[in-house]
Design a protein around this ligand. Sequence first.
Ligand SMILES: NC(=O)c1ccc[n+]([C@@H]2O[C@H](COP(=O)([O-])OP(=O)(O)OC[C@H]3O[C@@H](n4cnc5c(N)ncnc54)[C@H](O)[C@@H]3O)[C@@H](O)[C@H]2O)c1
Length: 443
Amino acid sequence: MKLTIIGSGYVGLVSGACFAQMGNKVTCVDIDIEKIEGLKKGIVPIYEPGLKSMVQKNYKNKSLTFSSNLQQSLQDAEIIFIAVGTPMGADGSADLQYVLSVAKEIGQHLQHYTVIVDKSTVPVGTADKVSAVIQKELDLRGKQIKFDVVSNPEFLKEGAAIDDFMYPDRVVVGADHDKALNIMHELYAPFMKHHDRFIAMDVRSAEMTKYAANAMLATKISFINEISNICELVGADVNKVRNGIGSDDRIGYSFIYPGCGYGGSCFPKDVQALAKTSQDYGYTPQLLNAVESVNKQQKFVISNKVIKHFGEDLSNKTFAIWGLAFKPGTDDMREASAITIINELTQHGAKIQAYDPKARHEAETHYLKDNTNVSYCDDKYTALENADALILVTEWLEFRSPDFNIIKNKLKTNLFFDGRNQFDRFRMQEIGFKYIQIGVNDE
Ligand SMILES: NC(=O)c1ccc[n+]([C@@H]2O[C@H](COP(=O)([O-])OP(=O)(O)OC[C@H]3O[C@@H](n4cnc5c(N)ncnc54)[C@H](O)[C@@H]3O)[C@@H](O)[C@H]2O)c1
């Protein structure tokens, strides 16, 4: 099938590459001309395992092309995906300006029946808005062209996006007409050869499904983080509690890891956008509000532990930070806990020596670019040199079994603050660390 994907970021580029890999003819469009020109030269602007080679291979065999000319890219498209950003607006709502401006352009240039897919995460009712904007432009042009707007929220996880897309555990499509639904089913059929995981529903339910999924996952994280804070106060060990409750099938082990809060481009903004939607409809979402506020507070748990240990004045202290990305497997630092932790410590005068396998460039050029107390290291052990403590923020695989002797030799102290509870506390104490983690009171 011939597809045009508008917005070539984490979702658009991965979707485009995977659809092309499956034999479709895909054009990825972006307004960022530099990004598009780079992609044509094989420069993939984000880190996502497996993405670069898939993009290069499909570009070479012409299944995947790149363009900054939307009008041209719409000519032959059977399906147009809108995959632009929906960042958080000032009032917590999803900012739809990019989605609606794309809708306007589609309406200005549409020539024949096309399925238009909202792949961006958008609040309930957005498909209606997109339809109305397109229809208005068609009316202005005096054209009678049929189109359908469907909702196809994306559930890929950064760091495992290619696998998630190629082998989805479900494909949710909200469509109000059979014609569009059948086209979408045909598009996704090759991704579900093993068994059908296509879940069809009405548009509004599909839009809501994405928010409900992210809100549920964020709730699990904030729940265990709240339990971890209570554990510390009452003298319990959250790691044991996690094991104790995860063994119950109804609860399960996933997404109940205690830590220094969730970040990323999705959970923080989606929980708040859903809360805002609820409020707009006159309902106060008490649970969603609590999930968000627990998470905000959780991002300070590690810096508070450091301040509790060293005191408010950290001006003579240097800390090694392992991990900047909001989670392992990506260079994405949107809403990353590392930003809060590092800014908090440096505001108290600390110097930071940071290492991340992929996100250094993002930190240096964007998220921490104005923070002059941060320096960056090329490997995890260099970051430890003469540091007063190690703080682990992102659970990259390469931090899972480090050489503890090197850590002890390079650090000035034996202090290890673990924001992701990666190690067994007794073993760490046995080998000589003062090991401070989340949800256990060891001070
Ligand atoms: N990142 C994820 O893991 C993830 C997962 C599921 C859903 N989503 C949702 O998918 C959407 C996209 O997220 P993302 O992380 O890919 O965003 P992103 O910021 O990485 O990419 C968005 C891209 O859209 C481009 N763009 C903006 N306006 C445009 C226009 N008018 N024409 C063409 N291109 C335009 C931007 O230049 C950018 O390259 C969001 O709604 C997000 O919530 C993201």
